[in-house]
Design a protein around this ligand. Structure first.
Ligand code: ZN
Ligand code: ZN
Ligand code: FE
Length: 763
């Protein structure tokens, strides 16, 4: 471009660029730079044309590549066009064209500027629970379709008043084109219904506060669904809530007003504090302080407590007024998904609560709170990926030649949609055994495809024929692509790290169907994105009673005793485990139970044998409590109950023998738990190091729900690194089955790419 001459460029911006204040950002910069032209949202992101001097155009493009704070710019394409001689820079109306390819932003907690207004009696939004701006507010949970503008959100029902409209139209205002913009005059309003009493607006809030302070249980409509709230410091409402919700032991999360209140509950390092305060506002699981002012019933027998800060202005008001930590648990009964629809909430939650604090801004998509686990070192890791993260895409190391829909597993279901080099994974949906969750699953498939405008050509699914996701895939009419469960686990970890080479993958989880038709779950896989081969495993054991064996860890304990120490030892222990031991032992002895190499089930067995628990009320409970116990002992001085390594098989028999001998000698249960963790970490590391060397790989990927156990995964990772191996762990995705859909998409993409290139490895 020549200096002094007028040029015009057309710029295409792709990525998460709608609903994040991108157009105002461009508008402001273009005006500052003296450029003419326009900027608009369309079905592919943001499109703009700018005209002026070359240096100013270059400066604008440079800024566009970075974008405003909440934007994630994936690509910027610049093309020179004929100057049109226009004056001024405008925001053009949204262009509805063919195809959609935009990224809707995730939901964002209230920003500092909005919080100042919320607390300012002189401001017209003082105490208004629905204020927001271009930097904050609901996004994913209120969007029905793209392009992202007010008409395609659940805010379309509210006509802006003249003052809100003026802000929305004023390029210098921080609410310029803030789609959910609202005020008390024109926007959503609170409602309260408690027994025969009902109230609206500020009175509704006051009624809810009084109810909570008086020890009541209240359903509160949040960003992605309803929560059940009560005073976390008061045993009585907590017990009432557990009883009404029919939830025995699973810990409740607690919402606190600010970071200093969070520090009174948990030991929080700098990384955990930053995660708590981030605009994503997740639940952070962190070691609970012994003097934490919460009722015992909030999180029984676990060492961690889940805390979060307010994720909406309504929560800010509520916490501020109640003045103490509140239990804030998903609004549901037992295993159902969280209620998000108002009529549904009245029906399902009404009987569980003393009142409902609701409002008339609809939630379009149910989105649970995300959960992060704080670590003693490094950044917290995701355990559940939902509000605040979804629908932020991940990059695929090998792009998908055709759009791939991946439908995940059965428990901790998510679905993912891959197109080209990126993959969007849905929010955590839950357990597909539950019918309402299955409906959420089909809705998520529809929502993801609608938001992206992508029509999938291929559906990637688990090998397990009984998963509802697999059945859905088979009935979908799309080209089927089966991916083995543990290969998907390892592939998901590779996606996060952009790795395409071969690695040794350790997939430790509950159970998943193996490529040989048996139940896997303690696997050593030589894998890349396209292929995987099992090169090692945990020794298999009978799983007597299938699903019953998952609910009743004593069954696997008996099976392990039988296998490792023989029928006599098993029979001698039987009565200590359960009254039905003899019947179960005969099933095991007769070889009438399927076998599994599951590491998760081994945790169950150990927990039952050392008296932690013989039955569970939520998935993973035995392992979580075993870890909590082990943490009370210092792992460095604990015994290490070694496994034997028989070829490529890790056999727990010697570990079990030592464990029981120590138990009978009266060794404290904390040390027994620690000894098991150390033994598993040491022995797995030993086998992994040998297998990596034999296979000629220098990288190990850890995936599977068992690696939510930080004690095990940290000890194992440390041992592997000491041996000179590179260790990959999950950070952007949970290690559990929430990651499966991404792994399936990545495997299908890698294989489709290979087919496209003529290699023909599709199996
Ligand atoms: Zn704001
Ligand atoms: Zn208004
Ligand atoms: Fe799994």
């Amino acid at each position: 471009m020549t200096e002094g001459a007028v040029h015009r460029v057309r710029v295409r911006v792709r990525g998460t660029v709608q609903g994040v204040g991108f157009r105002p950002f461009v508008h402001r910069r273009a005006r500052e730079l003296g450029l003419a032209g326009w900027v608009a949202n369309d079905g592919h992101g943001v499109l703009l044309e700018a005209e002026g001097l070359a240096a100013a155009l270059a400066a604008l493009v440079r800024d566009v590549r970075i974008g405003p704070a909440l934007a994630v710019v994936e690509a910027v394409e610049v093309e020179a066009v004929e100057p049109a001689g226009t004056c001024g820079f405008t925001i053009a109306t949204t262009r509805h064209g063919a195809g959609t390819d935009v990224r809707v932003s995730a939901d964002v907690a209230p920003c500092a500027a909005c919080l100042v207004e919320l607390a300012d009696p002189a401001d017209r939004r003082f105490g208004y629970p629905f204020l927001n701006c271009t930097d904050c507010g609901p996004r994913y949970t209120i969007v029905r379709a793209v392009p992202y503008d007010r008409a395609s959100t659940t805010m379309c029902e509210f006509a802006m008043c003249p003052r809100c409209r003026a802000e929305y139209d004023d390029p210098s205002d921080r609410r310029f084109h803030a789609q959910p913009n609202a005020c008390p005059m024109c926007g959503p309003a609170l409602t309260w219904s408690g027994g025969a009493q009902s109230a609206a607006g500020a009175d509704a809030l006051a009624a809810a506060i009084a109810c909570l302070r008086g020890g009541g249980v209240v359903a509160v409509k949040g960003v992605g669904g309803y929560h059940l709230a009560c005073d976390a410091g008061n045993e009585h409402p907590v017990t009432t809530l557990r009883r009404r919700k029919r939830r025995d032991d699973k810990p409740f999360a607690v919402m606190v007003a600010d970071l200093s209140a969070a520090q009174q509950l948990c030991e929080l390092g700098a990384a955990a504090l930053a995660a708590l305060a981030s605009s994503r506002r997740p639940i952070v699981l962190a070691p609970r302080r012994t003097d934490a002012p919460v009722a015992a019933g909030v999180a029984p027998r676990v060492a961690e407590l889940g805390v979060m800060l307010p994720s909406s202005p309504l929560h800010v008001l509520l916490l501020g007024a109640v003045g103490r930590p509140l239990v804030m648990t998903s609004g549901n009964s037992s295993s159902e998904p969280m209620a998000y629809d108002d009529a549904e909430a009245r029906d399902r939650l009404g009987p569980l609560v003393d009142g409902i604090l609701s409002h008339d801004r609809q939630i379009h998509v149910r989105t649970d709170d995300s959960v992060l686990q704080a670590r003693s070192e490094g950044r917290p890791r995701l355990v559940r990926r939902a509000r605040g993260w979804v629908p932020q895409p991940l990059q695929l190391p090998l792009p998908a030649a055709r759009p791939v829909l991946a439908v995940g597993a059965q428990l901790k279901s998510t679905v993912a949609l891959a197109r080209g080099g990126s993959v969007v994974v849905s929010q955590h949906l839950g357990d597909l055994d539950d019918w309402a969750t299955y409906q959420a699953f089909t809705a998520a498939v529809e929502h993801l495809t609608r938001l992206s405008g992508v029509t999938p050509a291929v559906v990637a699914h688990d090998l397990h024929p009984d998963y509802r996701s697999t059945a859905w895939a088979r009935a979908s009419g799309l080209a089927l692509h089966a991916v083995q469960h543990h290969h998907a686990h390892v592939a998901a970890c590779l996606v996060e790290h952009g790795v395409t080479s071969q690695v040794l993958g350790l997939a430790f989880d509950g159970v998943g169907l193996g490529s040989d038709g048996t139940l896997w779950g303690g696997e050593f896989l030589l894998a890349d994105l396209a292929a995987s081969e099992r090169v090692g495993q945990l020794a298999p054991v009978a799983l007597p009673g299938g699903d019953a064996a998952v609910r009743e860890p004593w069954r696997v304990a008996l099976a392990w005793l039988h296998r490792a120490l023989g029928p006599d030892v098993a029979a001698a222990h039987g009565p200590r485990l359960d009254g039905r031991w003899a019947a179960v032992l005969s099933i095991v002895a007769a070889g009438r139970a399927p076998e599994t190499s599951s590491a998760g089930r081994l945790f169950d067995a150990v927990a039952a044998l050392i008296g932690v628990r013989t039955r569970v009320t939520y998935e993973g409970q035995a392992a979580i409590e075993l870890e909590a116990l082990a943490r009370r002992a210092d792992l460095r001085w604990a015994p290490s109950y070694s496994f034997s390594v028989d070829g490529a098989r890790l056999d727990p028999a010697p570990m079990l023998g030592q464990l029981l001998a120590d138990r009978d000698r009266g060794v404290p249960v904390e040390r027994l738990a620690a000894g098991f963790h150390r033994g598993l970490a040491d022995s797995s590391a030993q086998l992994a190091v040998r297998l990596a060397s034999e296979c000629g790989v220098d990288t190990v990927a850890l995936s599977g729900g068992v690696f939510q156990n930080a004690l095990l995964s940290d000890a194992l990772a440390t041992a592997l690194r000491r041996a000179g191996l590179r260790v990959l762990v999950h950070e952007q995705l949970p290690p559990n089955d929430g990651a499966i859909s991404v792994g399936q998409a990545a495997v299908a993409a890698a294989r489709l790419g290979a087919v496209e290139a003529g290699e023909g490895v599709l199996d």
